[in-house]
Design a protein around this ligand. Sequence first.
Ligand code: ATP
Length: 235
Amino acid sequence: MSVLLEIENLNTGYNGVSVVRGLNLQVSEGEVVALLGPNGAGKTTTLLTASGLVPIISGEIKVFGKSIKGRRPHLIARDGLAHVPEGRSLFYQLTVAENLRLGAAKGSADVKKALGYFPALEPILDRRAGLLSGGEQQMLAMARALTVNPKLLMVDEMSLGLAPIIVERLLPILRQIAAETGAGVLLVEQHVHMALQVADRAYVLSHGELVLEGDAAEINKDRSLIQASYLGGAK
Ligand code: ATP
């Protein structure tokens, strides 16, 4: 199983100040990995750094075996990294179909395949994205990411603003995508136990440092582990 994302001893942050320190993390082909931790732990910053949007202070990130240092975000994306950011960032004035077509890279559009994972979008292809429910918008954001056939998919707080029942329906789709396409999935999620149910492995960050990592099912079995790590007491 090849490693798609390799983060080694990463220090990253803003204006030279590290908010993530000494992070080691890997995502392999076909694997779902959850990145967990309380607010402000550095999860979003980690994803932004892997996308090339926040510069590395020190350490290394390799995407598909290549260092991302000095590489522009769109070039990293073109290699096969799709990032669904917090807040979905859709074109709200455009229709569902238009959003999907815009997401698709020239020549590699695979809107139909993306819709296969989110059939609920089919009947509303002509609706403006701004008029969709939160769950539909999140499906659209993920479907748009899939139109480029990503090898690595990073999803930041998919559940933000969604009812738990919707999250319960959407999270397993990430598992299905990983199994069927071989893509690696890195998932930042506040719904810890739901995330652990779909993930293979998990990492927990607290105050920018890794406090727990391991098999998701093992971590899910021992809730005291995750509680302690959220309070900064694990390890
Ligand atoms: P949340 O669940 O709240 O999004 P998170 O784990 O994703 O939390 P980050 O958003 O990565 O955390 O934030 C980590 C730290 O970096 C926080 O202390 C935050 O205030 C700080 N931070 C985030 N964005 C910036 C920025 N643009 N400039 C300076 N500091 C920032």
